[in-house]
Design a protein around this ligand. Structure first.
Ligand code: GLN
Length: 499
């Protein structure tokens, strides 16, 4: 029998519907793959064998009865940021030790309603703060890709972050697709590093209800998958209005998969000059040029555009996001959830619990956030960052009003780097620079997709990003598919972890 874990999400769904194999078979194949791979890759924090097999059996019954949902029987991994009823939900933090939610996030509930099967919870940066998955309390995740000339003695690479477990698991075929979240790049940057597809939908497209909050005005859920079409299918299921999230958008959810083969003929694609950074590696420049050619060859009109406030996006993000985080994370006080370290007074208990429960990066964010919101500094930092945010948003509005349909940029300034990279460890700002091409999109609330488009000289995946108009994810899937088809990459990493 063929290896069922190698099938795309769509092939899996179609094979199940045609009764070529059962959900129990494909689910067992994934559970087996996790058993041989997870020790090395550390993508899953918790594997839910019993839940997975039970859900698969129910799916098989529905498939037999001809009552299959859109994702019936398809095994997925879930980022640990999504609340799953009765199942490990810790945002990869020590402070949520033992927390088992009594409710299910809207996004995961949507997936289960459509018949999907849950394999387990995926590793991530603690509270989704990071770009390398090294801030997890559960240890770093390993990228399934290695440099072509690495005989196994070289350092392991990061999968990106914060959705590193999701990207690694999808790439290594430890699930058919995974949920992820993106506050400043956490879907697109790991997608780029692991050679998978990731979309950050328009703010409000997916409900935030039941997702552990990082920076509420920026957080959005989205899928990570191996193909653009799979991505469209999964987003169709995840998205939708939810009255329990006051920022959820009451707009219809199209069948995104129907837009995938639309092409880019006649579309106007903007190339923002501000993204041509000094010191940008030649390989990224070449990749970008290649992407422009592909879209032009398929009938798109290419236009140079300007987004003048781009260079303020990263500094403004690192004020807005920590500010919201410091407020959101105030609830972890040792009283209501998870960890409690006893103290002589209640204040001491708070202090000891938060000191022991939060990792260094989370503590840094809480401190920055508290500082920029404090009485003397609010106007100088937080208020100004909010003004910058408005300007960034306006830059995009102008370009779209001028008739641009989508914007093409690189997804990341580099390929995956080594776990423990000394430069990044010594200087948090170096780590923050990973999101230089992605944060503007969150600041403006726009949708953007990262699609594998090439490989660097070491054979590691590189990706391009397409940014779209609000609620026009369809154009991104269509453009993403053109990039995917034109690139024609083999994106299955060698399964070296099986030896
Ligand atoms: N890397 C960015 C940060 O650390 C973005 C994280 C995210 O999108 N969740 O804040």
């Amino acid at each position: 029998m063929t290896d069922l874990t190698r099938l795309s999400l769509k092939e899996t769904r179609n094979g199940l519907r045609a009764r070529q194999f059962s959900s129990l078979e494909v689910t067992s194949a994934y559970l087996e793959a996790i058993k041989t791979g997870n020790e090395t890759l550390n993508a899953y924090i918790c594997v839910e064998e019993e839940i997975a097999r039970n859900q698969a059996k129910k799916s098989d019954e529905r498939l037999a009865a001809g009552e299959a949902g859109p994702l019936e029987g398809v095994p997925l991994g879930i980022k640990d940021l999504f609340a799953t009823r009765g199942v490990h939900t810790q945002a990869a933090s020590h402070i949520l030790d033992g927390f088992l939610p009594e409710y299910e996030s809207t996004v995961t509930a949507n997936l289960w309603n459509d018949g999907a099967v849950m394999l387990g919870k995926l590793n991530m940066d603690e509270f989704a703060m990071g770009s390398s998955n090294e801030t997890s309390y559960f240890g770093p995740v390993v990228n399934p890709w290695r440099p072509a000339d690495d005989d196994g003695s070289g350092p392991a690479l990061v999968p990106g972050g914060s959705s590193g477990g999701s990207a690694s698991a999808v790439s290594a075929m430890l699930c058919a697709g995974a949920t992820a979240t993106d506050t400043g790049g956490s879907i697109r940057q790991p997608a780029a590093f692991c050679g998978v597809v990731g979309i950050k939908p328009t703010y409000g497209r997916c409900s935030r209800w039941g997702i552990v909050a990082f920076a509420s005005s920026l957080d959005q859920a989205g899928p990570l998958t191996r193909t653009v079409e799979d991505n469209a299918m999964m987003l169709t299921s995840m998205a939708g209005f939810d009255s329990r999230d006051s920022t959820s958008a009451d707009v219809p959810v199209p069948d995104f998969a129907a837009a995938v083969e639309r092409g880019v003929k006649g579309l106007s694609i903007g190339i923002p000059r501000e993204y041509r950074m000094d010191g940008m590696p030649g390989e990224i420049e070449t990749l970008w040029k290649q992407g422009i050619e592909w879209l032009r060859d398929e009938g798109a009109r290419i236009r140079d555009i300007s987004l003048p406030h781009t260079r303020y996006a990263l500094p403004a993000y690192y004020i807005v996001a920590p500010a919201e985080a410091s407020s959101n994370l105030a609830r972890y006080d040792g009283v209501k959830y998870g960890l409690r370290v006893a103290g002589k007074s209640i204040d001491e208990m708070y202090e000891l619990t938060r000191a022991a429960g939060f990792g260094r990066e989370v503590q840094r964010r809480v401190m920055i956030g508290t500082y920029v919101l404090s009485a003397g500094y609010y106007d100088a930092y937080y208020k100004r960052a909010q003004k910058v945010r408005t300007l960034i948003k306006r830059d995009f509005e102008q370009v779209f009003a001028d008739g641009v349909d989508a914007i093409l940029t690189p997804a990341t300034p580099s390929a995956a780097f080594a776990i423990g990279d000394a430069e990044m460890a010594a200087d948090p700002v170096k780590m923050y620079l990973n999101d230089i091409f992605t944060v503007t999109v969150n600041m403006a609330g726009l949708p953007a997709i990262a699609v594998p488009a090439g490989k660097d000289r070491q054979g590691l995946p590189l990706a391009l990003q397409l940014i779209g108009r609000p609620f026009d994810e369809e154009t991104l899937f269509a453009g993403g598919r053109v990039i995917e088809r034109s690139a024609g990459l083999d994106l299955a990493p060698g399964k070296w972890w099986q030896k």
